[in-house]
Ligand binder design. Structure first.
Ligand code: 2ND
Ligand code: ZN
Length: 357
């Protein structure tokens, strides 16, 4: 029997790559924009949702990123950040996500004189409140925060130190994001070396709008634990029967480096022509450590369940494959090993076992 979207919502899912400022509810943006005096393309929530999806559908990462001006603009006060984070946890939990790492860039939320620490405190508080409400509603979720530094800016060391400062209160990792071409990860080498000395975890957006050199730097110069997207690793795989892996692709697979693949986002920014053409099919067949992610639920009009449903449609995946993606993600999470294992053994495996048998 074909797996339906409704069935997918009910199973536990793990999400490693989701941007807080890419997942606001349109209705919340409208309310917060009115309070902040920020002008939106439209104040009708439904039309606004459509506007984001269409504007983000440009085929270019740079144009896609322009749409974030409207979400970031309404996330400039403690209460606004806290509300957005609370709703994010609730929305993910309602979609059946049991573990999520949600990222955002604190340096983009200082326009009304919050300090970096106040920004992080507000978001972490919002996640905690949302998680408590979700548990009460019978949909428990654990949310970890990743702090992102913007790769075109020069604050990565400061943001890395901020992440380490908040490591015991909800921040579980670090990331860099933003336009990739022209901003190689090695610009931020000091921050990554600092994080390694602190025994901290980080992922790097690499191999999305730019190819192998970006992935190579992220792993071999910067020491990334995971690759944000990393989809262009396929450029190092020669098609054939069997396909032949170049040295970098072989390294990524051998070392089980997690790929945070985001199918719909990749189609919107031009990294893949369609879901059916997305390299996730090949990378899964070759047993790379593939994970499925949303990236920006608002800009892609998507959810974790929808991304999985799209893959089920395009590749004919069943519960076994969906469990494999979910366990891959959980194994690759930045929380301690014993806590990851507990979610795998006590939440994920029992739920899928009922469906697979
Ligand atoms: O897919 C992405 N690639 C690079 N940067 C991105 C992507 N999605 C969101 N961002 C940027 C825009 C946000 O403002 C920032 C922090 O979440 O990260
Ligand atoms: Zn991203």
């Amino acid at each position: 029997m074909a797996i339906s979207y409704e069935d997918i919502v009910k199973v536990p899912k793990a999400l490693l790559h989701d941007h807080l400022d890419g997942g606001l509810r349109p209705a919340t943006i409208v309310e917060l924009a009115a309070e902040a005096g920020h002008e939106l393309p439209t104040t009708d929530p439904e039309a606004l949702g459509r506007w984001f999806a269409e504007a983000a559908n440009s085929g270019s990462l740079e144009r896609y990123l322009e749409t974030f001006a409207h979400t970031v603009a309404v996330m400039q006060t403690g209460p606004a950040l806290r509300r957005v984070a609370r709703e994010c946890a609730l929305d993910l939990a309602a979609d059946g996500v049991v573990y999520a790492e949600v990222r955002f860039a604190p340096e983009q939320h200082l326009e009304q004189n919050l300090t970096l620490d106040e920004v992080v405190d507000a978001v972490v508080t919002g996640f905690r409140e949302g998680s408590a409400l979700a548990a009460e509603a019978g949909t428990p979720i654990r949310v970890g925060t990743l702090l992102t530094a913007m790769r075109h800016a020069a604050r990565s060391q400061e943001i890395a130190e901020l992440a380490v400062r908040h490591r015991d209160t909800g921040v579980v990792g670090f990331d860099i994001a933003g336009a990739e071409a022209g901003f190689p990860p090695t610009r931020h080498l000091d921050a990554f070396e600092y994080l390694q000395r602190e025994n901290f975890h980080f992922t790097i957006h690499a191999g999305e709008a730019f190819g192998l050199p970006s992935i190579w730097q992220a792993i071999q110069w910067c020491g990334a634990d995971r690759l944000g997207h990393g989809v262009r690793i396929v450029d190092d795989i020669t098609p054939g029967n069997p396909p032949v892996l170049g040295r970098l692709a072989a390294y990524v697979r051998d070392k089980r480096i997690p790929l945070e693949l985001c199918p719909s986002s990749n189609v919107q920014t031009g990294a893949a022509a369609s879901i059916a053409d997305h390299p996730i099919g090949l990378l899964r067949d070759l047993r790379f450590r593939v994970t499925v992610n949303t990236d920006n639920r608002l800009m892609s009009g998507t959810s974790m369940s929808r991304e999985m449903a799209l893959l089920v449609d395009a590749f004919g995946y069943g519960w076994k494959e969906l469990q494999w993606f979910t366990i891959n993600a959980m194994k690759s999470a930045f929380i301690p090993f014993d806590e990851r294992l507990k979610i795998i053994d006590e939440v994920i495996k029992p739920a899928y076992a009922k469906l697979i048998s």
